[in-house]
Design a protein around this ligand. Structure first.
Ligand code: GUN
Length: 281
């Protein structure tokens, strides 16, 4: 079998075009949606991510600001910047790039962002709404994965979905979205015993581990749909958590890295920012 490649780049492009059209209508009214992106420190990967996020805003006609602070910024000062942006009428979404330096408590920072401007969907209020299957901001990467499944014609209803990874950013919200879509969900993590025996039962396998080529062909059920959330930087460029070439011989559909989930994350961020704008007016 050779799996269908799910083209995240194309799906994200189409999504951005729809956003751009909606923003063009709003900009004609005089006030575009705005996103503030804060980065603390000089982690090279994070620098690339935030640059791409701000560039994506410009592409769809959104207002954006990128605030860069040194790694020794105090927690108090960061909280003050967030408070200022919470009150800034041109800003509808606020994103603080993670990870933060160790001396800053990420929980405290995420809680300080106004729940109305939670473009990342990491606020406790947003996560509470997700658990209750109520409208709210949904974390961008798992939301992007759901869009890719839909685009590939995969309805999670009644299927066994296995999520490998239990981070607050991806694994846990991903599991909740799949439960809300009526899948039977298993969440695996670093303490899971006999991981392969579980992943081999997955009709839908989500890999969010952060280890290059961690999911091998023998861990995948023939015909499974495999979504690779991993972005691992190696000597040969970006590689995912899935051994794509080998797994593609077993799976029915698979997302590539790069060009799979990655572009969707940014597209969903734009969607969340537009949603924040629409709710504010
Ligand atoms: N770090 C890695 N992914 C993300 C994300 O989606 N949002 C933020 N704020 N930080 C991240």
């Amino acid at each position: 079998m050779s799996a269908h490649l799910i083209d995240g780049k194309a799906v994200a492009r189409a999504f951005r075009q729809q956003i751009a059209q909606r923003v063009a209508g709003l900009a004609a009214l005089g006030k575009p949606p705005g996103l503030a992106v804060i980065i603390v420190g000089d982690d090279p990967a994070s620098q690339v991510y935030v640059k791409n996020k701000v560039a994506a805003c410009a592409e769809v006609g959104m207002h954006s600001v990128l605030e860069r602070y040194p790694a020794d910024l105090s927690e108090t000062d960061l909280l003050a910047h967030i408070a200022r942006l919470n009150h800034d009428e041109r800003i509808h979404g606020i994103l603080v790039q993670l990870p933060l330096p160790k001396h800053i408590h990420a929980d405290k920072i995420l809680a300080a962002i106004s729940a109305h401007k939670d473009a990342d969907g990491f606020h406790a209020e947003s996560l509470g709404a997700l658990i209750q299957d109520k409208p709210g901001f949904v974390p961008c990467t798992p939301l992007g994965c759901m869009h890719l499944l839909k685009h590939a014609g995969v309805d999670p209803k009644g299927k066994h979905a296995v999520v490998v990874g239990r981070s607050n950013i991806v694994g846990k919200p991903m599991a909740m979205l799949l439960v809300n879509a009526s899948a039977t969900v298993t969440v695996c993590h670093s303490q899971t015993q006999d991981l392969a025996s579980i992943t081999c039962q997955a009709d839908i396998l989500i890999a969010a581990v952060g280890k290059p080529h961690f999911i091998t062909a023998d861990m995948v059920k023939p015909g499974a749909v495999v979504i690779d959330v991993g972005i691992n930087r190696g000597a040969n460029g970006l590689v995912g958590d899935v051994d794509t070439e080998a797994v593609a011989q077993v799976a029915s559909a698979i997302t590539p890295v790069p060009g799979g989930v990655g572009p969707m994350t940014i597209a969903m961020l734009l969607g969340n920012t537009l949603q924040a704008y629409e709710r504010s007016s």
